[in-house]
Design a protein around this ligand. Structure first.
Ligand SMILES: *Cc1c(COP(=O)(O)O)cnc(C)c1O
Length: 226
């Protein structure tokens, strides 16, 4: 990556931080209560470097294999990198995911809860867990449907001894995201779940208004994806 592109990335990151601070203030919240996940999927190590060099440490990836390729070495070099899995997780990839990620945001079914619990026991590792809720009940999308979310949270806690730290959602593309953010907040509140991962490049200010504690930004930081 040339100097100019690295500079642009640093400027976008700066501008995102400013916008988050303003949105937090407008919502009567503190900027430090909103974690910015830099979503580096499809971007290579060279594109990621300027973000690390600017002091950013929190990143998200949506595929286990792609993330392992890019981040195994980087995590070895920079101890305080925090990596979140934000894409669907198959049970045969759980071991790799548990070994690499600090947080798995896409727990969405009982079988995955069971395999995660078994893998935590076998490895002694325990990344943080968020449950993904399919707030729009879209058939093609991962996530537990809202009607079954309470039951899954309960099952994770009671049956598998898993701590559920947050909920995550990806609203339907063509709907007003605010309704989905409000729904996720409601489900979190009634289940005593503290973290809300919601809001992407196009709608993160709204998500902050609805209580997001974790926003996931790809293009707003790295520029357009190919
Ligand atoms: C790609 C992705 C993002 C980031 O999307 P942008 O529009 O680039 O901000 C956020 N969340 C998930 C789950 C993603 O897959």
């Amino acid at each position: 990556m040339n100097q100019a592109r690295a500079q642009e990335t640093a400027e976008r990151l700066n501008s995102v931080n400013t916008t988050v601070a303003a949105a937090a203030k407008a919502a009567g919240r503190k900027a430090q209560d909103i974690a910015i996940i830099a979503v580096s999927k499809t971007f290579d190590t060279e594109a990621i470097r300027p973000v690390i060099e600017a002091g950013h440490r929190l990143f998200g990836e949506n595929r286990v294999a792609e993330a392992a390729n890019k981040w195994s070495a980087l995590k070895g070099q920079i101890a305080d990198i925090e990596l979140h899995l934000i894409g669907p997780l198959q049970t045969n990839k759980v071991r790799g995911a548990v070994e690499l990620f600090d947080c798995i945001q896409t727990l969405d079914r009982p079988k995955l809860a069971r395999v995660l619990a078994e893998t935590f026991a076998a490895t002694g590792l325990s990344p943080k867990l968020f449950i993904q809720v399919n707030t729009g009940s879209e058939p093609q999308k991962a996530g537990i449907v809202p009607d079954e979310a309470d039951r899954l949270v309960e099952m994770c806690r009671q049956e598998y001894g898993l701590d559920i730290e947050g909920l995550m959602c990806i609203p339907p593309i063509y709907e007003e995201p605010s309704l989905h953010f409000a729904l996720l907040e409601k489900i979190a509140l009634r289940n005593g779940v503290a973290q809300l991962s919601m809001g992407m490049s196009a709608d993160f200010e709204k998500a902050i208004h609805f209580g997001a504690t974790c926003i996931r930004l790809g293009q707003a930081i790295f520029g357009p994806r190919a």
